[in-house]
Design a protein around this ligand. Structure first.
Ligand code: SF4
Length: 493
C-alpha cells in the first residue's frame, strides 16, 4: 500500500513567520506533527511519503504514485486543502481526510472519499481494518477520547528537518477551562490527558537521535492543565534529561495565565528549558472576559501577571481578541495601551471568530448573528458573525490596533520595555553560529538599510548594546520577527 500524506499550505499570517524565516534560510516554522503521528499509526509495512506544501511543492506525479492520499489540517488551510482534493479527484486517487477542520465541518467538505474524524488513535485503526477487509466506510467518528499514553512516536524520518525552524511535540490534550469561543474542549475534552514522563522522554530521545537541536514547540492546548503531575513528574524528568544532554532544546508552549501564580512551576519550567509561553490574554475589558467565560483572566492584574512571568525568564507571547459584545469604541485604545505597557512583542491580535462546535457559534446562531462563512483566518478582517458594534467599526478598530502596535516605533519600544523586565535564564540562547551571523547581516541590510523608519532599528541596537549586551542576539531575533509582523499587518491594514 502506498500512502501519500499531504499537509496543505498555510497562508501568510502572524503565525507563519514566512518573512522572518527568510532571514535564517528556513521554509516553515513548524512541521506537520499530526501527519507524522498518523503515519506512525499506519501499518509499518505500508510505504509512506509526506509532502508538506509549506516546504515542498506537490506535483501530479506524487499523487499518481499513491494508492491513497491522506490529507488533514486546520481551518486556515481550507483553500489549499480544497485545491489538493480537487487535484486528487481529477487524477482519480482516493482521498482520506481527517484532522480538526474535517472533524468540525465534514458535511461542508466535498470530494473526500473517506473521513477519519476525531482523534486518530481511535478512528484510524478502524478504517485500516475495514480497508484491509475491503469494506471501508465513508465516515469514521468517535465520541471517546483516547488514552494518549499509547500514542506512538512520530515518524521523524518523513521530514526534511533542515527546512524548519522548530520541531513540535505534544505532551497533553484537553484543557480544564471552557472559554466560549474555543473549540478545544469540544474536540479534546476538559480533562487534560497526559503522556507519561517516560514516554515523553522517549520522544525527546527520538528527536535528539534524529539530529535535531534548537527550538521545540510543545503544542499542547494548555500545557499546565495538570500542574501537580508537571511539578512532581514531568518537569523533574525534563530537567534531568536537559542536563544529561547539555541543554539541546529550548521549548515554547501554550499555557493559561495562572502560570504566573505558581512560582515553583515557573522555576521548574525555566530550568527545564522553557523560554517562550503563549498566553491567551484576550482583552483588558473585564466585562468581555466575563462574557466569554475567560474566568482565569478575570479579577486579576493582567499586566502584573505578564511581568511576573517575564521576570522569571519567560518571553510571553499574547493572544488578543476584539469584537466581543461588551467591547466598545474605547476598547481598541485599551488594547493598544495594554500591549505597549506589557512589553509583549508578539501580540497576536485577532477578530473574534465563531468556530464550529463552540458555545459562541451556538449562541450567535440562536441570536441570528452567525454568518455562513468561515475561512479559519481571524486576522484577515473577515467576519463570520454580526458584531454588536457594527462590522465597519470593528474592522476599522482592529486595523488601527495593528497599524499602531506593529509600527516600528511601537514595536521597538515594546522590545525595550520587555528587556527592562526580562531576566535572562542562565542557559538561555543558542550559541551564535554561522546561521545567526547570516541572519544578523540580512537584518542589517533589510532593517538597517532598506526599510523606511530604519532609525528605530539603529536606536534599538545602540540601546541593547549599551544596556543589555548579553541579550543582543535575542533582541535581533525579536527585531527580525517584528519585520514579519509588520509585513503581515501592512497586508491587512
Ligand atoms: S484556556 Fe485556552 S485552550 Fe483552554 S478553553 Fe480557554 S482558550 Fe481554549
Amino acid at each position: 500500500m502506498k500512502i501519500l500524506l499531504v499537509n496543505p499550505e498555510i497562508p501568510n499570517t502572524f503565525w507563519s513567520y514566512k518573512k522572518a524565516l527568510q532571514f535564517i534560510g528556513k521554509k516553515a516554522s513548524d512541521p506537520p506533527l499530526a501527519m507524522i503521528t498518523v503515519a506512525a499509526l499506519l501499518p509499518a509495512a505500508w510505504q509512506k511519503r509526506l509532502i508538506d506544501m509549506n516546504v515542498t511543492q506537490l506535483k501530479a506525479r506524487d499523487i499518481e504514485w499513491a494508492d491513497y492520499v491522506f490529507i488533514g489540517g486546520m481551518n486556515i488551510q481550507y483553500e489549499s486543502f480544497k485545491r489538493v482534493v480537487a487535484q486528487c479527484n481529477e487524477i482519480g486517487t482516493t482521498v482520506v481526510a481527517g484532522g480538526p477542520m474535517c472533524t468540525c465541518s465534514s458535511e461542508e467538505i466535498e470530494g473526500v472519499d473517506h473521513f477519519v474524524l476525531n482523534e486518530a488513535e481511535i478512528t484510524l485503526p478502524q478504517f485500516v481494518d475495514d480497508l484491509v477487509a475491503g469494506t471501508p466506510k465513508r465516515v469514521y467518528a468517535s465520541n471517546e477520547f483516547p488514552d494518549i499514553r499509547n500514542t506512538p512516536i512520530p515518524l521523524w524520518n518523513l521530514l526534511d528537518m533542515k527546512k524548519y525552524s522548530s520541531m513540535d511535540l505534544q505532551y497533553s490534550r484537553g484543557c480544564p477551562y471552557d472559554c466560549e469561543f474555543c473549540s478545544i474542549t469540544a474536540m479534546y475534552g476538559r480533562k487534560p490527558r497526559l503522556k507519561s514522563p517516560d514516554q515523553f522522554v522517549r520522544e525527546l530521545d527520538s528527536l535528539y537521535a534524529a539530529g535535531w537541536r534548537g527550538g521545540v514547540f510543545i503544542v499542547d492546548d494548555n500545557f499546565i492543565g495538570n500542574r501537580r503531575v508537571l511539578k512532581e513528574e514531568l518537569l523533574p524528568s525534563l530537567i534531568e534529561w536537559a542536563k544529561s544532554h547539555d541543554h539541546p532544546f529550548e521549548y515554547i508552549t501554550e499555557a493559561s495565565i495562572e502560570l504566573s501564580d505558581d512560582e515553583e512551576l515557573m522555576g521548574l519550567m525555566v530550568e527545564a528549558g522553557f523560554r517562550m509561553v503563549f498566553v491567551g490574554i484576550e482583552t483588558p475589558e473585564e466585562a468581555s472576559l466575563e462574557e466569554c467565560s475567560k474566568n482565569q483572566n478575570r479579577r486579576r492584574d493582567l499586566l502584573k501577571s505578564v511581568r511576573i512571568m517575564q521576570r522569571r525568564g519567560l518571553n510571553i507571547l499574547g493572544g488578543f481578541i476584539v469584537g466581543f459584545d461588551h467591547d466598545g469604541p474605547a476598547t481598541f485604545n485599551k488594547q493598544i495601551q495594554f500591549i505597549q505597557q506589557s512589553g509583549i512583542t508578539t501580540a497576536m491580535v485577532g477578530i473574534l471568530n465563531a468556530l464550529p462546535l463552540t458555545r459562541l457559534a451556538d449562541r450567535l446562531k440562536h441570536e441570528g448573528r452567525l454568518v455562513d462563512s468561515w475561512n479559519g483566518n481571524n486576522v484577515d478582517s473577515s467576519l463570520n458573525f454580526i458584531p454588536r458594534m457594527g462590522s465597519e467599526a470593528l474592522v476599522d478598530g482592529y486595523k488601527s490596533i495593528l497599524r499602531t502596535i506593529y509600527s516600528q516605533k511601537a514595536y521597538f519600544e515594546r522590545i525595550v520595555t520587555f528587556l527592562k523586565e526580562y531576566r535572562k535564564p542562565e542557559k538561555a540562547g543558542r550559541k551564535v553560529g554561522m546561521r545567526e551571523i547570516k541572519a544578523f547581516l540580512r537584518a542589517l541590510f533589510h532593517l538597517g538599510l532598506l526599510e523606511k523608519g530604519r532609525w528605530y532599528f539603529w536606536k534599538l541596537m545602540a540601546h541593547v548594546l549599551r544596556n543589555y549586551p548579553g541579550s543582543f542576539p535575542f533582541a535581533m531575533d525579536l527585531a527580525i520577527r517584528g519585520f514579519h509582523y509588520r509585513k503581515v499587518a501592512a497586508s491587512i491594514t
